[in-house]
Design a protein around this ligand. Sequence first.
Ligand code: H2U
Ligand code: ZN
Length: 339
Amino acid sequence: MLDLQQNSHRRLNALTGEWVLVSPHRTSRPWQGQMETKGEAVVPSYDPGCYLCPGNLRANGERNPAYRDVFAFDNDFAALRADAPDDEIDEAGLIVAQGEPGRCRVVCFSPRHDLTLSRMPVDDIVKIVALWRQEFMRLDADPLVGAVQIFENRGAMMGASNPHPHCQIWATHREPNELVKESKRQGDYFAQRQSCLLCDYLALERGDGGRIVCENEGFVALVPFWATWPFETMLLPRRHLGALDEFTGSDMRALADILSQITCRYDNLFSTPFPYSMGFHQRPSDGGAHPHWHFHGHFYPPLLRSATIRKFMVGFELLGAPQRDITPESAAERLRAAF
Ligand code: H2U
Ligand code: ZN
């Protein structure tokens, strides 16, 4: 009989259709490999050299306004440009390329250079969520845009270029890979059962409770059954919401509160400003109806055992499938205790 806490096994990611290998017996293996340097240096509340601080010059010569709470602008080094031709190259189905027009935005979370989501009052996080909603709705209405990806890279370990609290928004013409997988899985499930995959999944998780980290009246944070990263979590609205445009004031407050709760727990876990990539998946912006789509957030943090030991996605992960040692259940237990 399969014991998920003892036997090597693989788990299906219901949202993408991919498998993750779980090796619960392997957590005690010794580590003599790379150690990251701990945490981040003490950060001033204003940095005259920061391109995101209020009133400062950006790399392209533009000056930021003296903003008081949140601030969004066009990325000066945008990965996607609106003027790219939407053409296709196809040689025998083997050399294939598509022009990909799009838009990129940068959102500053606070005028304070030294804050993080985990240390901001919930009222201030509500302002960020409201700006995400506004940005989403504007991009969603743009005929150039087929999908909107909001994401934050936090910490030098995750490649953030600057400690100033900020995120990026990339609006692509077509759905990127992760969205394609999740659209297909949610669409297939809905077609087969006339029910939402993530609504049903959340009901199962709330019944079990073992992978839930924290919740409020509108949102649940949990370690998904199929989590790949050691302390990966998902944020799920309890209501069936497809995208930010459907959020009411109380949905926005609930998301802000759950963001505050989960980022505090992350910082507490290894007593360090926790690095991560996080972002939100929502219905595509192609103008179609997507009743099967359930808005959610993903946190992908790299740390494994301490502030200095990270998980590497190498070897079998690159060539075979993702693998984890500590079980999602024990990760959830530790995050529950880290408040
Ligand atoms: P990251 O820390 O996640 O790299 O985000 C910072 C973004 O800010 C990055 O995409 C942009 C970079 O292109 N940027 C500007 O738009 N203007 C600047 O003056 C510097 C950085
Ligand atoms: Zn700054």
